[in-house]
Design a protein around this ligand. Structure first.
Ligand code: GAL
Length: 366
């Protein structure tokens, strides 16, 4: 179906008020107007598309620093007159619902949604579907979506758990307490990270002395929870499983504040610059690098295909949703150079700025 036919069939399914307001907004949009009248947009058969990108939060640096600019650049590269409507929900599921609804009102042809709350997002998907607007579940799974692109998130948890066991072995530890700081209970990925990590850690001889699902992935909440646990585990603490770099930062602040010395190994995820610097400095044991560029580019291609009524390529499947699942990569002090730096995610200068120069030199990075 062409974009215009697609819009028309959707308009027929919309309540009249919505059609009128969408029409009024569409008339104001130069990008869309040009695409509609010439029919010669970069998206090929369908012309210019309006693509909504809705991201979940901004505390984790990936979204504003990587996902958004990489997605926007990939759309422009494939379709110069396509328009991206962008919004960030700041971890607020109600705000995200409003952003989703206004994307529909603004005439989005396709919505790329990284859901704050996976469960409530399923009803947004089915509403959009009834109006013939395809939805891509971006990074976090949503049941019923038209397409899903992410990483193998259970594997992320397994790799984190295994890296923690490897670090404990290297420290000569065979028993002791581990604290587990998981992600947000509303995030579908967090459940997969947790399952993967448990699958590895539960088989070990270490004791999971305390476990916390961090609301909103908040580093501050992770920190205060860890502070509260320190008195409980006392000298038996040997390691901390933290599901991402933000919560790892919170845990490390709690450990340092509580005078824990030397620091036990702490895991992470997202390859945030601050985390790579902590790894180089020896404060954090590892992180998971997810190459966001291929993820964002894949989502952009899929959005253009779906917006034009075509099916995106998908070699994987998750719960009946055609999917692309990319490979997560473990990063430790020894592999920063061959992973993050090699891929151009950060330069050595980014990592080794200011006070990190010395640690970089002893890690052989500079
Ligand atoms: C997950 C995502 C991670 C991390 C986390 C915190 O869903 O896969 O990469 O960003 O959310 O927002």
């Amino acid at each position: 179906m062409t974009t215009r036919a697609h819009r028309l069939s959707r308009a027929l399914a919309l309540p009249l008020t919505l059609v009128l307001s969408a029409g009024a907004l569409a008339a104001c949009s130069s990008g869309e107007g040009a695409g509609d009248s010439s029919g010669s947009g970069g998206a090929g058969e369908g012309g210019a598309l309006k693509i909504a990108l809705l991201l979940p939060e901004s505390k984790t640096t990936r979204y504003e620093s990587f996902d958004r600019p990489l997605f926007e650049a990939a759309v422009k590269a494939e379709c110069s007159d396509c328009e991206v409507i962008y919004n960030n929900a700041d971890q607020d599921a109600t705000k995200q619902q409003q952003q989703f609804e206004s994307a529909v009102t603004e005439g989005a042809d396709v919505i790329v949604l990284d859901a704050v709350d996976g469960k409530s997002a399923a009803s947004l998907v089915s509403n959009a579907k009834s109006q013939d607007i395809p939805v891509i579940a971006y990074d976090r799974f949503i049941a019923g979506a038209d397409y899903y692109v992410s990483f193998d998130n259970r594997k992320v948890g397994e790799l984190q758990g295994q890296a923690l066991l490897d670090a404990l072995k290297a420290d000569g530890k065979t028993s002791g307490d581990i604290l587990m700081i998981n992600g947000a209970p509303t995030d579908a990925n967090a459940a997969d990270f947790k399952k993967g990590a448990h699958a590895v850690l539960d088989k070990s001889d270490f004791t999971i002395a305390g476990e916390y699902d961090t609301p909103d992935w908040s580093p501050d909440k992770a920190q205060s929870w860890a502070e509260g646990q320190l008195a409980k585990v006392k000298g038996d603490l040997v390691g901390v499983y933290a599901a991402n770099d933000g919560t790892a930062g919170g845990a490390i602040a709690a450990l340092k504040g509580g005078g824990v010395d030397p620091l036990p190994p702490v895991t992470g995820q997202d390859a945030e610059l601050a985390a790579i610097q902590r790894i180089i400095a020896g404060d954090q044991d590892m992180t998971i690098y997810k190459a966001i560029k291929p993820e964002a580019e894949d989502a952009a291609k899929a959005a253009i295909a779906l917006g034009n009524g075509d099916k995106p390529e998908a070699k994987d499947d998750k719960e009946g949703v055609p999917s692309t699942l990319l490979d997560p990569v473990v990063v430790t002090k020894d592999t920063v150079k061959d992973t993050i730096v090699k891929d151009g995610f950060y330069t050595v200068d980014d990592i080794c700025a200011g006070s990190f120069a010395k640690a970089c030199a002893s890690a052989g990075l500079k």
